[in-house]
Design a protein around this ligand. Structure first.
Ligand SMILES: *Cc1c(COP(=O)(O)O)cnc(C)c1O
Ligand SMILES: [Zn+2]
Length: 398
């Protein structure tokens, strides 16, 4: 089809070795095994992508059209989530400028919708016949929903102990659900082994270039919601790291467009104590992360023992003078109640983890009281009934 040739994505570039690929056809990983990044004509983008022009645009992430693939969007109203000033919670840790970016407000209740709207839009345009992905939880529901919206079949492969809400939503959206006794890494292998034979387009985390594009819009939204500025610190619950990589890519694009200088928000990767490959590598001053054995946490989105984007995540933490730290499951459940009761936001345990991490970093002096700090609540708490049931049957914070 000729349509596929008219993409505004100039090329795809390997994030590790720099090798270039044609963006007008289906591409997955580089031959070196690492993720590809989409490149645009940013000088051209900067001419029309302005705060002024944004005022009248669609209130979804597709408002940043110049820096997204220019295909007809498969959209369910994702993005432009609330940035909530969490004054009461901030007071408990001595922060006046604490904000929660509430990604639980997205379609299917998590920020996975951002990645999937972009990936499914591009896959459809490239003529994909069926979409497949492994999932630790929310990615599956988002892929199943966007596949349904695109009129395409989907295959979702998940660990057998994935939260029940994630299984039900995939089934409701008409996906084929495969449950395996294993982790997301095993599910990924299952997809990789069958995709060619079955004719599946692999939408696995970082194995196609466009989920990053969708998720990077969180960085653009922060800039817009802070009135053309960025916060000092961003705390991000890190599983595959797509959002962290995406936001840092957005900041680089903004600098190239002349919106910001070389300064960056300090990025903080928050992981679960039971699955912390990035924190382990960070603490050991390593460039890459080793596979984390026996991964276990109620924060299913963080149960990613071998993230493919490890090099990128670790280099972005270094470049932004960020850091990485762990939170226990008990702390997440406690913080979830605190965030809900103080601010009216019922968060996923992944999002709640950032509350604990922020408090620890304020206590250690790493975050200063006058700094602006954004916590990413990456998903809604409503999908984690099993986990919350445990917490809410025990006495909570006074
Ligand atoms: C997937 C997921 C994460 C991790 O996201 P990455 O960008 O892959 O690191 C965090 N929180 C929730 C709720 C998720 O679903
Ligand atoms: Zn490469």
């Amino acid at each position: 089809m000729d349509m596929t040739k008219t993409t505004n994505v100039l090329e795809l570039e390997c994030s590790a070795c720099g090798k270039k690929y044609d963006a007008s056809v289906e591409q997955h990983l580089c031959t070196c095994g690492k993720p590809l990044l989409a490149r645009y004509d940013l000088r051209r983008a900067a001419a029309t992508l302005t705060l002024e022009n944004l005022k009248t645009r669609v209130r979804t992430l597709w408002r940043y059209a110049e820096v997204l693939p220019n295909d007809p969007p498969v959209s369910l109203g994702e993005g432009m989530t609330a940035l909530v000033h969490a004054a009461r919670l901030g007071k408990t840790m001595g922060l006046q400028r604490l904000y929660v970016k509430d990604e639980g407000l997205n379609p299917t209740g998590s920020f996975k919708a951002r990645g999937m709207t972009a990936a499914v839009t591009r896959a459809k345009q490239l003529g994909a016949k069926a979409l497949a992905a492994p999932t630790a939880g929310n990615a599956g529901g988002a892929l199943a929903a966007y596949a349904a919206a695109a009129g395409l079949p989907s295959v979702i492969v998940m660990p057998a102990d994935t939260p029940v809400a994630n299984v039900m939503e995939c089934q409701a959206f008409g996906a084929t659900v495969v449950k395996l006794n294993g982790l997301i890494s095993d599910c990924g292998k299952y997809v990789a082994e069958r995709k060619d034979r079955e004719g599946w387009y692999d939408v696995s985390t970082l194995k196609e270039p466009y989920r990053i594009e969708g998720k990077k819009t969180m960085g653009y939204e922060l800039w817009e919601q802070f009135g053309g500025k960025l916060p000092d610190v961003i705390l991000y619950p890190t599983g595959g790291g797509v959002g962290l990589i995406g936001m840092c890519k957005a900041f680089d694009e903004m600098q190239e467009m002349g919106w910001i200088g070389s300064e960056r928000p300090r990025m903080v990767a928050v992981q679960a104590e039971g699955c912390a490959p990035i924190v382990k590598a960070w603490d050991a001053h390593q460039d890459s992360a080793a596979f984390f054995p026996n991964a276990a946490t109620i924060a299913s989105g963080l149960r990613v023992p071998g993230p493919l984007g490890d090099l990128l995540i670790l280099s972005m933490l270094r470049q932004t003078k960020g850091t990485a730290l762990t939170v226990t499951d008990e702390e997440m459940l406690h913080a979830g109640r605190e965030l809900a009761s103080l601010e009216g936001i019922f968060a996923a345990p992944e999002g709640a983890a950032t509350v604990i991490a922020a408090r620890k970093l304020v206590a250690s002096g790493w975050i200063k009281p006058d700094e602006s700090v954004v916590l990413f609540n990456t998903g809604t708490g409503y999908k984690y009934a099993e986990a919350w049931q445990r917490a809410l049957l025990t006495p909570g914070p006074a």
